[in-house]
Design a protein around this ligand. Sequence first.
Ligand SMILES: NC(=O)c1ccc[n+]([C@@H]2O[C@H](COP(=O)([O-])OP(=O)(O)OC[C@H]3O[C@@H](n4cnc5c(N)ncnc54)[C@H](O)[C@@H]3O)[C@@H](O)[C@H]2O)c1
Length: 469
Amino acid sequence: MRNIVLFFLTFFAFVLNSCNNMEVPKKQSEEGTKFMAVDLFPTSERPVGQKDVIELRTEAIDTVRIGFIGLGQRGTGAIFRYTNIKGVKIVAICDIIPEYVDIAQKRISDANLPRADEYAGEQDWKTICERDDIDLIYVTTNWMLHTPIAKYAMEHGKHVAVEVPAALTIDECWTLVNTSERTQKHCMMLENCNYDFFELTTLNMAQKGLFGEVKHVEGAYIHDLRWLNFAENENDFTGYVNNWRLEQNANNNGNLYPTHGLGPICHILNIHRGDKMEYLVSMSTNQFGMTKYAEEKYGKDSPAANREYKEGDMNTTIIRTHNGKTIMLQHDVASPRPYSRLHTISGTEGFAQKYPKTGIALEPHAHSYVSDTEFDSLMLAYKHPITKEYEEKAKEVGGHGGMDFIMDSRLIYCLRNGLPLDQDVYDAAEWSSIIELSIKSVENQSMPVHIPDFTRGAWKKNLKVTYYQ
Ligand SMILES: NC(=O)c1ccc[n+]([C@@H]2O[C@H](COP(=O)([O-])OP(=O)(O)OC[C@H]3O[C@@H](n4cnc5c(N)ncnc54)[C@H](O)[C@@H]3O)[C@@H](O)[C@H]2O)c1
């Protein structure tokens, strides 16, 4: 018995002593352990003399003169749309593949419009940016050229519209922001999904309070692109020129194409208009789909089946905002499954989702979706004024069902009226920044990574997204 008592006394003395020796920082013992998101890309001060471009208004342009750079799958579609938009002039067109320039020129002549000046040299985009008879440079090249062209264009006095994603790295995001602020030129990323019909309607619903306080949103780019990434015929629009997109998937692992899912929900959350994205965590599955596809298409011994593809099939990224909202974002271009951008909105009063099943649910019956009849009447009642204005022509001209035409029409309308654009350079930087930030998080076991404030504090200036009319 005495031995047992002695054993317990010794044991408690040991435990007490160990506790006394433990180094518990005061903050931890009072508030619990805190691990902060890693600030991998600290924000530097805004250079002296440079000012923010929140709600940037520039001189109204009567006829917007445009230079188009990159005339592949996306660029030729853009040319067609612009032949249907009033108040523009297609001044110059450029691609390194002369046949693509011919196709674009034919689209212009088919619309009985004057021929555009043609360029086909690797560096000719510089010459176009240097011209003094162009107002807007429209960039639809591969991702790697987006920021270099956008920067050069702004530095040569042009506004810029650049395809998604506008930038590939945080460094490039800052290049866009700093160049736009320094030159006071517009830099709009062409995020067309913000203009889709359900997206615009739900933006209007959110702004009118139908969902109450929106607290959680979801977006995605789930699109089986294997047939395009592994296409063989480079010159017949069935693949990406020089397989640039396959190389991006081979060399990076994260959310490589975040903006289609993120754009519409960031506007619903008023990001950098009273709230801001603060940090993210990101996780990828292993890669399975690309190798399997390459094996089936080219054989197990083929180089395509035996090389490395870093991009995990499904990447899931979760973002928390300053005001305590969450965003779930997914990316998968390598799985046989239906297309989805999710577009989910969850608020204190209701819910909406576009994919996989389009529906709305509202209190006090939010346990189930509203009936088809109620859905139709809600869609009509909350139709966005912009949709009302453009939908008829948009459906006629097309471009992803019409949203591309609405996007282009809005860009031109704002430029012609000297209005702030619907999407500014901070949107472009924030939405594109998820690429490198998610890559860093995935590389480090989903480490929380801080999201830079590209507005450098100006996110509090306005409290709501406005599409000016
Ligand atoms: N918003 C959307 O819905 C949507 C849809 C498809 C593609 N995109 C984006 O559009 C962009 C283009 O995609 P795509 O599918 O048309 O690719 P693509 O490969 O078909 O087209 C890119 C074009 O850029 C040209 N190019 C390359 N280097 C050039 C240079 N130095 N000067 C001039 N032209 C050059 C290529 O020859 C090619 O024709 C990408 O950023 C992509 O992410 C957006």
